[in-house]
Design a protein around this ligand. Structure first.
Ligand code: SF4
Length: 345
């Protein structure tokens, strides 16, 4: 592992390092500590379909702010997609409190950061991790596993917490002055906040990181999605993030918009094979049905419609390129619906 490629820098060539920058305070501080040692910092940032703060296609806004705070270092942004989803479905090291496979997630990110490190001729990696801060991935055993299974053991420096660990290769080689590394540990953020103010870092918009997989409700939806989907795809995740999801006894799924914004999203996100039901002359939620239980889907629409619905209430029903207007009460009649479905399919 300790190849010449990592050690070739002569005294007058600046050491390069790759840091995993999340946009949170800890990794920003870790980068600052590296820069103060006259080391060339290259940041790498990963987004996943489960980031809470990433608008569609825009990358991580928080990391852009962090890079500005650091005075404009080089930044590589990597969007993790189906490979990541597959890992979430089947993590070697299991889940945390939700569906968060933190150990496998860190291993994947460090492996990718390590490949980038090799490509640009950098000497080591660093992260903003702090011993004991996060329950699943930042205790000593988890960190040992991450280091070992990533393939970069010894080359991963954690500047905020380095004094709590054996010296890494960058410290032993003298590329980094270990006496300037910190020994922060535990869940309190006081030391980091004090350090931020000392270093003049004011803007850190994503202090706790934003990962939907730790959210219990979203974890339930994700578990259900994996149970019923043979070939999961990141393309399905935006719909998973939208609306209330109900699995019917026969395996069909009903998704109900919670507000006007989600009504518009459901209309945009539905697949051609989904049934889309939208109130036409009354105020109620848009509904997607995956399956064929239309009366049950309409019952759910009515359940979440606040005001009483008139006999004349109409809904539009879109499915496989067909678009029909029907009386809502007719759709609750199973024999009407079965004749109707035969006619439209
Ligand atoms: S919280 Fe989410 S993004 Fe963070 S390590 Fe865990 S799975 Fe990965």
């Amino acid at each position: 592992m300790r190849s010449r490629a990592y050690n070739m820098q002569s005294a007058h060539v600046k050491i390069k390092t790759v840091g995993l920058l999340s946009g949170g305070l800890d990794s920003t501080l870790a980068a600052k500590l590296m820069m103060e040692q006259e080391i060339d910092v290259y940041a790498i940032n990963f987004t996943s379909p489960f980031c809470t703060c990433t608008p569609k296609k825009a990358g991580c806004a928080a990391v852009v702010t962090a890079v500005k705070e650091l005075g404009g270092i080089a930044l590589k942004q990597v969007a993790l997609r189906d490979e990541y989803l597959e890992m979430v479905r089947n993590p070697k090291h299991g889940y945390g409190s939700g569906m968060n496979p933190c150990i496998d997630c860190r291993i994947m990110k460090i492996k990718k950061a390590g490949e980038y490190m090799r490509r640009i001729g950098a000497s080591f990696l660093f992260t903003g991790e702090v011993l004991g801060q996060r329950p699943m991935s930042q205790h000593r055993r988890a960190m040992d596993i991450i280091d070992l299974e990533s393939g970069f053991q010894g080359y991963i420096l954690r500047p905020l917490s380095a004094a709590n660990f054996e010296p890494t290769i960058p410290e032993k080689e003298g590329w980094v002055d270990r006496s300037k590394m910190l020994g922060i540990s535990g869940r309190s953020r006081k030391a980091q906040i004090a350090l931020a103010s000392q270093k003049g870092i004011q803007d850190y918009p994503c202090p706790a990181g934003g990962c939907l997989l730790t959210d219990k409700n979203f974890a339930d939806k994700t578990r259900d999605y994996f149970n019923y989907t043979e070939h999961p795809s990141v393309k399905d995740i935006p719909l998973l993030k939208t609306g209330r999801h109900f699995r019917l006894e026969n395996g069909d799924k009903v998704i109900i918009a919670r507000n006007g914004n989600e009504c518009r999203k459901l209309i945009d996100l539905r697949r051609e094979s989904d049934h889309l039901l939208v109130p036409l002359n009354f105020s109620g939620p848009a509904v997607i049905l995956q399956g064929s239980s239309l009366p049950a889907a309409v019952e759910q629409m009515l359940y979440y419609t606040k005001k009483p619905v008139q006999e004349t209430a109409l809904i539009t029903h879109a499915h496989m390129g067909n678009n029909k207007t029907v009386f809502l009460y007719e759709t609750l009649n199973k024999s009407f619906m079965s004749a109707y479905l035969q006619a439209v399919q």
